[in-house]
Design a protein around this ligand. Structure first.
Ligand SMILES: Cc1cc2nc3c(=O)[nH]c(=O)nc-3n(C[C@H](O)[C@H](O)[C@H](O)COP(=O)(O)OP(=O)(O)OC[C@H]3O[C@@H](n4cnc5c(N)ncnc54)[C@H](O)[C@@H]3O)c2cc1C
Length: 465
């Protein structure tokens, strides 16, 4: 017998039933005793150490249907894995059935139409590698190992969001396996309520087995970073605040406060300019007011190079996040800079830890709030405190550092938070804050497509079940 967790308790499955399920799959069913099981249950955040009773390495959409039906038949707890990057580790469940779609890497680019059809196993590296030979791109995550499904369904911040909108704003359609094991299309024409909900509502409504994204012409950008010592941080933040707020859609500028390889705390200005190259210098000029940096790597580069620039500083390991959208009016207050610098306590306890300010607005702000479930469109900046790269015995110290820095910055935040940056220790009020004004409408869609809350291992929307 194989014991597995259900939505309500546990169940004993006969080996025969499990073997028959495995035989029906085009992919592979992994049990805890089998080779490959321990690798398959790993996710990016290595603080997560969960042991599913079964892992389905999906061979295609039919396997997802089989797995959902099998889970329903036995009332199994299920989790869904894409790129495995979510910091909460919700992709892996303890004792239940993990549906691993990272093996589904099919893609087809229709260059003439400017559309890619992509399966949920693609990372952003796979995605960019498929589209860049055609000179096409869409907004994606800034670390290329992140998966497309989780990022897209939660919204999708990225270098191109100010120019082309969030990743979910470029989602034309998706096919999902719903809680009753049907495959449905979500698009403007088909199931428009579902289409609305999956653009910001996360993995609450079904398992996406393919996505159609709109693509845009783009092959190169002017990007890199300028690094300044922390002693100049106040001046850097002051210039940044003004120039980012006034920037055209072609320009996105992030700020990273971190520790450099020599152990010195530094502040980096990280622009991505995606407009005509002959206007790059003029567009970046406001940032040049800062004078000589410690290091300057800004230059024209292939878009794919920018998309992998931060991979080395985001390896799998121990990570912890705290974040929130900043209030545009409150960050004009000079105390914003004072508090950021005095309370953030650099050097941080671990070298990969950092505070990141993301630059938003532009095209993503011009989508009407009711058009998609993603609701945080009006603010221009998001702040993330990231503790990372520490040993397990240093967890408390690093988590405490991140919480302290985040609490100090909280008075400058709007109260809204990006669902994909919530960590596992947030309460239900913060989850509600992530869905914001769209929560009740999302709950109504949840009741329609997943009344039993089968898809619950996520930032969960309660449909009243
Ligand atoms: C290093 C790093 C960099 C990041 N950078 C960015 C960034 O630039 N912009 C940004 O917006 N976010 C970014 N994120 C956050 C990222 O959006 C989330 O972590 C997201 O959940 C990752 O998607 P995934 O498919 O890799 O996640 P997974 O961990 O595989 O899945 C997360 C959740 O998504 C849902 N899900 C996954 N696959 C499916 C599917 N096929 N169908 C339905 N639901 C599914 C499930 O609920 C699952 O629990 C980053 C995260 C990391 C770790």
């Amino acid at each position: 017998m194989i014991e597995a967790r259900t939505l309500r308790g546990t169940v004993e499955l006969t080996e025969r039933a499990v073997a028959a399920f495995g035989r029906a799959l085009a992919g592979r069913l992994l049990l805890p005793t089998q080779d490959g099981y321990d690798d398959a249950r790993l996710v990016w955040n290595r603080m997560i150490d969960r042991r599913p009773a079964m892992i389905v390495r999906c061979g295609g959409a039919d396997d997802v249907v089989h797995a959902v039906r099998f889970a329903r038949e036995h009332d199994l707890l299920l989790s869904v894995r894409g790129g495995g990057h979510n910091v909460t580790g919700a992709a892996v469940c303890d004792g239940g059935l993990m549906i691993d779609a990272s093996t589904m890497k099919g893609r087809r680019v229709d260059a003439a139409a400017g559309v890619i059809t992509a399966e949920p196993g693609l990372t952003w590296k796979d995605f960019d590698t498929a589209t860049q030979p055609f000179g096409l791109a869409t907004t994606g995550g800034i670390v290329s190992t992140t998966g497309i499904p989780g990022l897209t369904l939660g919204g999708g911040h990225g270098w191109l969001a100010r120019k082309y909108g969030l990743t979910c704003d470029n989602l034309l359609a998706a096919r999902l396996v719903t809680a009753d094991g049907r495959v449905v299309t979500a698009s403007a024409e088909d199931n428009p309520d579902l289409y609305w909900a999956i653009r910001g509502g996360g993995g609450n409504f079904g398992i996406a087995v393919s996505f159609d994204f709109r693509l845009h012409p783009l092959t190169s950008v002017v990007a890199g970073y300028r690094l300044y010592p922390m002693t100049r941080a106040a001046e850097v933040l002051d210039v940044y605040r003004d120039s980012a707020a006034a920037a055209p859609d072609d320009l996105t500028v992030y700020v990273i406060v971190t520790v450099w390889s020599d152990g010195q705390p530094v502040i980096a200005i990280v622009p991505c300019y995606s407009g005509p190259v002959d206007r790059a210098e003029q567009t970046l000029r406001p940032l040049s007011r800062l004078g000589a940096p410690l290091s300057d790597t800004i230059r024209p580069m292939a878009y794919g190079e920018l998309q992998t620039m931060f991979d080395a500083t985001n390896p799998p390991g121990a990570w912890y996040y705290k974040s929130g959208y900043l209030d545009d009016a409150k960050i004009r207050d000079d105390r914003f800079i004072d508090v950021l610098l005095s309370q953030s306590d650099f050097p941080s306890p671990s070298p990969l830890s950092r505070i990141v300010i993301e630059h938003l607005g532009g095209a993503m702000a011009r989508v009407a709030p009711g058009d998609t479930a993603f609701t945080h469109r009006s603010g221009v900046f998001d702040l993330i405190v990231i503790a990372g790269g520490f040993r397990p015995d240093e967890t408390d110290k690093n988590v405490a550092w991140a919480r302290r820095a985040w609490s100090a910055m909280r008075p400058f935040m709007s109260g809204g938070v990006y669902v994909n940056y919530l960590d596992a220790d947030e309460g239900s009020e913060r989850v509600k804050a992530a869905y914001g004004a769209t929560y009740d409408r999302l709950a109504a869609v949840k009741r329609r497509y997943d009344p039993d809350n089968v898809f619950r291992l996520n930032q969960n929307i309660h449909g009243g079940h």
